[in-house]
Design a protein around this ligand. Structure first.
Ligand code: CUA
Length: 327
């Protein structure tokens, strides 16, 4: 039984990567479809080359009469070692070159432009508003289905890699430069973006949520996110807004429409509406928010955010009520 398990387990592990919100092999966008097709072509081509080479090796070592006659040996070497692999690799190269233009195709004029800045270890996301302005959020990207979007990519510190495997290829974010990526999401759903360049201690904790939604829903979301924060409702949340300012949170974080206007940390204006906390590390819930505020280092090693473990339980509860109410 254990030998069967040994055979099955690697297959399960390998195929586990084929599904889910972060898989290049379950594409939900045009670029990702091309990449998945290329992957399968490469896998099948490589499998064929492996079978041919191993088949010939087995033939020579176990089946062919010995001693080998020199002329037929030379034919096997030229045929199996040069002609067949060259043919197969040329076919794969042509296939790869044929789909390349589709991957680097620029977004047509008038497409949605989203700016993304990689920061150790989170994502600053900037959307344009219909009136020509812009607003900022963090660690969440929402896109209308069936329309191209151009990402303008920058880095605030070191090289990061912007990658939404389900939607398309990855592009590096390089300090001092602006790079671009066009995506063509086709399927409504929730996906996961990740940082694809090692960037320090919490590289693995640098993810973001990607929600592809119908155009009308997207417009509603964009209008709502562009607005300033709503005033806290209820005495607990109102008290929390005072704790927020008194504790100095506003020196680093912004909550639009309030005195909190810090710019070095994620914008929290609509934190309550976000799917996750700490750049995709935790589900957005009051308990997780408490964990994050009191001991961020245990969740994201070397994060800039200090732990506020000195807050009283009452202050902490009010603060959480206020932040979760920012929808
Ligand atoms: Cu940013 Cu790895």
């Amino acid at each position: 039984r254990s030998s069967i398990a040994r055979l099955v387990l690697p297959a399960v592990v390998v195929c586990g990567g084929c599904q889910g919100p972060q898989s290049a092999l379950s594409p939900a966008g045009e670029g990702a479809e091309q990449i998945a097709a290329l992957f399968w072509a490469m896998a099948i081509g490589a499998g064929m080359i492996w079978l041919i080479v191993i088949g010939l090796a087995v033939y020579v070592l176990r089946i062919a009469p010995y001693p080998h006659d020199t002329r037929s040996s030379r034919q096997w070497v030229i045929g199996g070692g040069v002609v067949v692999p060259t043919l197969l690799l040329t076919i794969l190269l042509m296939f790869g070159l044929a789909i390349l233009p589709a991957l680097v195709r620029p977004a047509p004029g008038g497409s949605l432009h989203v700016e993304a800045v990689g920061v150790r270890w989170w994502w600053r996301i900037i959307y344009p508003t219909p009136d020509g302005g812009s607003f900022e959020l963090a660690n969440e990207v929402r896109l209308p289905a069936g329309e191209p979007v151009q990402f303008d990519l920058r880095s605030a510190d070191v090289i990061h890699g912007f990658w939404i495997p389900s939607l398309g290829g990855k592009v590096d974010m390089i300090p001092g430069r602006q790079t671009r990526l066009t995506l063509w999401p086709t399927t409504v759903g929730t996906y996961r973006g990740v940082c694809a360049e090692y960037c320090g201690a919490s590289h693995a904790k640098m993810a973001f949520d990607v929600v592809v939604m119908p155009r009308a829903e997207f417009d509603t979301w964009l209008r709502q996110q562009a607005q300033d924060a709503v005033d806290p409702s209820g005495s607990e949340a109102r008290r929390g807004s005072e704790v927020f300012l008194k504790s100095g949170c506003g020196a680093c974080h912004s909550v639009r429409g309030t005195p909190a206007d810090g710019s070095i940390a994620p914008d929290l204006t609509h934190l309550g509406s976000r799917r996750s906390l700490a750049a995709g590390s935790l589900e957005n819930s009051p308990d997780n928010l408490r964990r994050w505020i009191t001991d961020p280092q245990s969740i994201k090693p070397m994060a800039v955010m200090p732990g506020f473990h000195t807050l009283s339980d009452a202050d902490l509860a009010s603060l959480i009520a206020y932040l979760q109410g920012l929808e």
